[in-house]
Write a protein that binds this ligand. Structure first.
Ligand code: 8YV
Length: 322
């Protein structure tokens, strides 16, 4: 029997076409996020549910009676929206899509870093509003990027891609914090130093970019106290997950220092972001675009299909996180 799959959001056309060739597919043609009740219902009707970050598979959703689903194949590398222990208890395999989005997510982190440092959002808003009075030596001066120090919190695939771009493209000095020891070779390629504490990274970095997982374990990792100990005039870049940063404390730091600005692609409670962000000129705000390129979104879809194919062939999928 052809496995039945429910795809919770629209995917790139090319990938939906391939899915349809191999599986009995139910697509969410409206492309609106499914409610908790709809997610639970999907678990009772499909062999596989293909999720995204907008699907909150918490314990209540997963604890549905008579579930049919054997695999939640997530379109995305982060999976803090899925309660992995509750999935395991139901013997549901969970997979993600690492590797294929590392470069594009790091490219976007670099975009935010450059935009925040060079006040690109402010400049564009001024020009579009017709408020540009012309060139002058003191107009909208930002911070130099080339040669500055970049601190990376979480030195996994995306953190390493970011370090590569920053070091080899912008001659930045790299310091990192990671929970486990980083192999010397992975540091040597960008001449990076692993520091023992997050505090040490924050204290000496001109830019700090977050590349750790979200979820309860890293909730408010960047706390009020840590923000207040960042280097004066520095910048915080977040392409990881909103919950990693205490947003109240960040808004306070953007208003009163010590940081000079922030570049944010992820937020608590997306898409209903804290309205105060919009009033802050020194915050660059993007709508969770980290992996949003045609090439990468296609590759993410193909990676999900490869995980599904392995699973339904009776193998453990390469990207199983359970
Ligand atoms: C995805 C992301 O687009 O992969 C991730 O973890 O944050 C994004 O790049 C999103 O999660 C889709 O589910």
């Amino acid at each position: 029997m052809t496995p039945k799959i429910i795809v919770t959001r629209r995917w790139p056309e090319q990938v939906e076409t391939i899915l349809q060739q191999h599986y009995d597919c139910e697509f969410n043609t409206a492309d609106t996020p499914l409610s908790s009740a709809q997610l639970s219902d999907a678990l009772t009707r499909a062999d596989a549910v293909l999720s995204t970050v907008t699907d909150k598979f918490d314990a209540d959703v997963l604890n549905v009676d008579n579930h049919q689903t054997k695999i939640i194949a997530n379109f995305g590398v982060g999976f803090s929206h899925i309660d992995i222990n509750a999935a395991k208890a139901k013997k549901i395999t969970v997979t993600n899509t690492p590797d294929v989005l590392s470069d594009c997510t790091a490219d976007l982190a670099m975009t935010l870093l450059l935009m925040a440092a060079r006040r690109a959002g402010e400049g564009e808003r001024e020009l579009r509003a017709g408020d540009w009075s012309g060139w002058r030596p003191t107009h909208m001066m930002g911070s130099k990027v080339t040669g500055k120090k970049l601190g990376i919190i979480g030195y996994g695939r995306i953190g390493r891609a970011m370090a590569h771009k920053a070091h080899h493209g912008f001659s930045m000095d790299i310091v990192v914090h990671n929970r486990s020891a980083v192999p010397a070779a992975a540091l040597a390629t960008v001449n990076a130093t692993q520091l023992p504490t997050i505090e040490a990274v924050l204290a000496e970095s001109d830019f700090v970019s977050l590349h750790c997982p979200g979820g309860d374990e890293n909730k408010h990792l960047i706390s009020q106290k840590r923000l207040s100990n960042m280097k004066p005039g520095s910048f915080l870049i977040n392409t990881a997950r909103g919950e990693v940063v205490d947003e109240n404390a960040l808004i306070n730091a953007l208003e009163n220092g010590p940081i000079a600005g922030a570049g944010l692609d992820v937020f608590d409670n997306e898409p209903n972001i804290d309205k105060r962000f919009s009033g802050l000129p020194n915050a660059v705000l993007l709508p969770h675009l980290g992996s949003a390129t045609t090439e990468t979104r296609n590759d993410m879809g193909l990676r999900v299909i490869s995980n599904l194919n392995e699973f339904f062939a009776g193998k453990k999928p390469a990207d199983s996180v359970t």
